[in-house]
Design a binder for this molecule. Structure first.
Ligand SMILES: [Zn+2]
Ligand SMILES: [Zn+2]
Length: 141
């Protein structure tokens, strides 16, 4: 399954590709990710900035910065949730919604994060490690 791996938003106006993924792919259950995705959690893959590029539609991207400084970017035409950025993260990395890839990808989620603020109806039942908040917080399972 060699790269690059292509992804797009729902209306297909924004397209991007990743040459290679970084190892960590977490599912975030925090209330901001839940609301941004309209789902139980957001699964975000990571790539080095040099291994990520926009192919089309970058001008349609719109960002929302929450009170805690995190920015989530989406397609202003169809609303697809595409990117996550934290001011505390390594600036050399980008975080991309795994659900927006069209190609098969060689990464799998490896942890649940912010489980303590997750929806009770969506408590994870798989065998992946669970963290109270970020990966440096208390491990719940
Ligand atoms: Zn779109
Ligand atoms: Zn989150």
């Amino acid at each position: 399954m060699p790269g690059p791996y292509q992804g797009s938003c729902l209306c297909n106006a924004i397209r991007f590709e990743v040459d290679e993924f970084e190892p960590q792919t977490g599912s975030c259950h925090c209330s901001m990710c839940r609301k941004f995705h309209g789902a139980a959690f957001a699964t975000l893959a990571e790539a080095r900035r040099a291994n990520f590029r926009w192919i089309a539609g970058e001008e349609l991207l719109k960002g929302y910065t929450a009170d805690n400084g995190t920015t989530r970017s989406f397609c202003s035409n169809c609303g697809s949730s595409l990117m996550f950025a934290s001011p505390n993260a390594d600036p050399d990395l980008v975080e991309i919604s795994l659900g927006c890839f069209d190609d098969e990808v060689p990464v799998r989620p490896d942890a649940h994060i912010y489980v303590a603020s997750g929806a009770k109806w969506a408590h994870p039942e798989d065998n992946l490690p669970q963290y109270e908040a970020g990966r440096d917080s208390a491990r719940l399972k």
